[in-house]
Ligand binder design. Structure first.
Ligand code: PHE
Length: 343
């Protein structure tokens, strides 16, 4: 009987290491023990047989529960065109993919700006402190640097400063001013929009995502004034929502524009009456903008006594949410087909 206890121990240990749990029921030790039943003395045979059978029952129970646990974890082969559980018999019904609503709307708004004479450029997903701050008139230690909830990386730039995931598309202003500076010499304006991804270390809720899209606009020429900024934005928004809108401009602060404004438009859903989309305000704060600060022009070697310009930065997700009455910004990155199929 002592032997039986040892063998049971051995089998239980082996069971834990087995890939195919049911193999334990074919263990040679079990067979040897079953064969040994008939060799037992008459007095011992019943007890021996019972003990051996108990081990088999115990092992069978363990195999059954291991197999049941295995079944719960459904294999997932995302590349298989058939149901991996039933094999390649019935092909899954295929479904055409579609362009993500944000990507589609970026094309729509890009077309509007293009018709208004703006070039379109892309941003980047990692940048340096110079483009995020210095070139935008945030000197080192400037308190407004903290307003941006910037994600920093452990990698550093050539000055030993952490690289960052851009928290706004304004990181592209300096590059755009430099790239299109030749326009000014030819007496053409610098007119560029940059729709792209930005990142902020924010608390997430229905209106805040850590990853979202902005469209930056930069326009520089001689005699540019704030009326042109407001008219450009109003024109763009009316084209985007295909309806007449009122706009409201309040003073604001950004280090890189002076004066700076917060720009709101009358809610396209309720025409200022107040509804769930605009939080019963009738107005929707949509973007930051202003006249480009002379220091920002100087950082790109543009003479601010000759040229002036405006810039704006508009959240695209919010623009799209308002167009379609999407109530939660997190739907965009959820990957939920129920949401995506609506577009
Ligand atoms: N970059 C600002 C923001 O994201 C918006 C902005 C862009 C303001 C351009 C002024 C000019 O908050």
């Amino acid at each position: 009987m002592k032997d039986i206890a040892d063998i049971r121990e051995t089998l239980l240990q082996r069971f834990d290491t087995l890939e195919t749990k049911s193999d334990i029921l074919k263990a040679p030790e079990l067979k040897v023990m079953f064969n040994a039943i008939k060799d037992q003395s008459v007095e011992e045979r019943a007890a021996f047989g019972h003990a051996v059978n108990q081990i088999r029952v115990e092992l069978q129970a363990k195999v059954a529960s291991a197999e049941a646990a295995d079944e719960v974890i459904e294999p997932l082969d995302v590349t298989a065109p058939w149901d991996v559980n039933t094999g390649p018999i019935a092909l899954l019904s295929t479904e055409d993919g579609s362009i993500h609503p944000l990507m589609r709307e970026i094309t729509v708004l890009g077309d509007i700006f293009e018709r208004m004479g703006f070039a379109i450029e892309g941003s980047r997903e990692i940048d340096d402190q110079y483009h995020m701050f210095e070139s935008l008139n945030f000197p080192k230690g400037h308190p407004a640097r903290d307003d941006y909830d910037t994600f920093m990386t452990v990698e550093t730039d050539k000055d030993g400063e952490p690289l960052i995931a851009p928290a706004h598309t304004s990181t592209m202003q300096n590059r755009m001013l430099k790239k299109y500076k030749a326009n000014l010499v030819a007496d053409e304006p610098i007119a560029v929009v940059v729709p792209d991804r930005v990142f902020r270390n924010e608390d997430l809720d229905a209106r805040h995502e850590h990853t979202f899209y902005q469209v930056e606009g930069v326009y520089v020429a001689k005699n540019v004034h704030a009326g042109m900024l407001i008219a450009t934005l109003k024109e763009f928004l009316q084209a985007y929502y295909a309806k007449e809108l009122d706009v409201r401009v309040n003073p604001f602060y950004f280090p890189f524009t002076e004066p700076s404004f917060e720009f709101a438009l009358s809610c396209p859903f309720c025409d200022k009456k107040g509804c769930g989309i605009c939080g019963y305000e009738g107005w929707i704060e949509l973007l930051g903008c202003g006249m480009i600060h002379p220091n920002v022009l100087k950082a790109a070697d543009i003479d601010p006594t000759v040229y002036t310009g405006f810039a704006f930065g508009c959240g695209i997700d919010r623009l799209v949410m308002m167009k379609y009455g999407i109530e939660d910004v997190r739907h965009f990155h959820s990957g939920k087909l129920d949401f995506l199929r609506q577009f």
